[in-house]
Design a protein around this ligand. Structure first.
Ligand SMILES: *Cc1c(COP(=O)(O)O)cnc(C)c1O
Length: 412
């Protein structure tokens, strides 16, 4: 239970106690959008975040954007202009990536269970495929042969180690992702037999998402390099690409501290030197999703009812878990905690109170803020969820209870 104001404050300007988003008060923005609920993503905040990261990581690191974090086409186009490449995980994401004008060389395709049609599309386009199983490498070979086009392949490694303190583990132990480290040598041998239609390019190793601990990220990156260095000799060709995955976290909850990217950046300078010494000239790719876009996004809803039940205040708003599953606490969280939520047109408020904010769905899971201190608000006021630019609308059960969908807008 969190009865105090949220530790993560509003990063947008405030005029007359009203948030200013995209240069206009959020009440005006809501009128322009024409409805609530909506998501707004700030171009300048995405650009500032990319710039912050670029200042600290080595200049020759290839910074990619993982589209699954937020596939809103206008946003993807904006991010594509700021980064060096894109990571995709489906046929529609391949189309989105190619539509930005990014060259196929700088697009990589990861994910378990890739279908034949998706593999055909990726091979035909010249996209790098991060293979997730030995079976998949054989299917890629067969399809490449049918098409008469050599497929670009890297192996995703499921490491023998875990990334400590990741919010969501993507590697280590038994996993559906990647090929177990112990099996990689065998798969490399198989690739060598198939080098007529498979061009080996390197390795990917992505241990986990939403990591706020710099030391853990640094340790995992170094451990990843050790794994790759040990396997390089068995590879059918030089390791041209070493993909570190994503996973840089952002603060969401009281007590979360901003990731120390300066320290991570310094360690990446040493990592890059070492990688080049061990493996020769190569591309080191960092493919971030959340870190690049989360803080640039807002989810905006309007209060449709205010009621008091047995002494507790409830705001019922016109959006909820069907648009923002993560804020409801149902996207993989173990303990539900409140996202940073505020009243967009009464940021500080002349008076404040503890209220519970729920959506319109007929389920107690549709909870956006549990007993949280917020400005005293009423029907018609705007409730805003911060840190909503990643894993928002596209990661939510939008069909649940057949509610209207949310709009999305890109603002300055
Ligand atoms: C999800 C994903 C990413 C991005 O993860 P973040 O935690 O959002 O940075 C990068 N690479 C792959 C392969 C992914 O599946």
């Amino acid at each position: 239970m969190n009865k105090s104001a949220h530790a993560i404050g509003n990063p947008f300007p405030v005029i007359d106690d009203c948030m200013v988003v995209g240069g206009i008060p959020i009440t005006r923005l809501a009128e322009r959008v024409g409805q609530t609920p909506f998501y707004a993503y700030s171009r300048s905040k995405v650009a500032a975040q990319v710039e912050l990261l670029r200042r600290v990581i080595p200049a020759d690191i290839k910074l990619h954007y993982a589209i699954k974090a937020n596939p809103f086409p206008m946003l993807v186009r904006h991010v594509a202009e700021l980064v060096d490449g894109l990571d995709v995980a489906s046929s529609r994401e391949i189309n989105l990536a190619l539509d930005t004008g990014t060259t196929a060389h700088d697009i990589s395709f990861a994910g378990p269970g890739k279908r034949d049609a998706e593999l055909r599309q990726a091979i035909a386009a010249g996209i790098l495929i991060n293979a997730e199983s030995s079976n998949e490498t054989r299917r890629i070979h067969a399809i490449a042969q049918q098409l008469g086009i050599c497929a670009r392949v890297a192996l995703r490694i499921n490491p023998a180690f875990d990334l400590k303190a990741a919010g969501m583990k993507m590697g280590g132990g038994p996993k559906q992702f990647g090929i177990d480290q112990e099996e990689i040598a065998g798969v490399l041998n198989d690739l060598r037999q198939r080098d007529d239609w498979l061009a080996f390019e390197g390795f990917q190793l992505f241990p986990g998402s939403q990591n706020l601990n710099a030391d853990n990220i640094i340790d995992a990156q170094n451990a990843a390099l050790d794994v790759v260095a040990a396997l390089a000799e068995a590879a059918p060709g030089p390791v041209r690409c070493f993909n570190l995955g994503g996973g840089f976290g952002v603060p969401y909850f009281p007590g979360d501290r901003e990731l120390d990217v300066v320290r991570v950046g310094e360690a990446m300078h040493r990592l890059t030197e070492k990688a080049k010494a061990v493996l020769g000239e190569l591309e080191i790719v960092l493919e971030l999703g959340r870190y690049l876009v989360a803080s640039a996004g807002l989810y905006v809803t309007r209060i449709t009812d205010r009621k008091i039940s047995r002494g507790e205040i409830f705001h019922i708003v016109d959006g909820g878990m069907h648009h923002h599953l993560a804020a409801s606490g149902n996207l993989g969280q173990i303990v539900r905690r409140n996202y940073p939520v505020l009243c967009g047109n009464r940021v500080n408020g002349v008076s404040r109170e503890v209220a519970t904010i729920v959506g319109p769905l007929c389920t107690p899971l549709d909870l956006l803020a549990d007993k949280m201190e917020i400005a005293t608000a009423d029907v018609g006021d705007l409730v805003v969820i911060l840190q909503s630019g990643a894993y928002g609308l596209s990661a939510s059960p939008v069909g649940f209870l057949s509610q209207p969908s949310a709009l999305e807008v890109l603002v300055d």
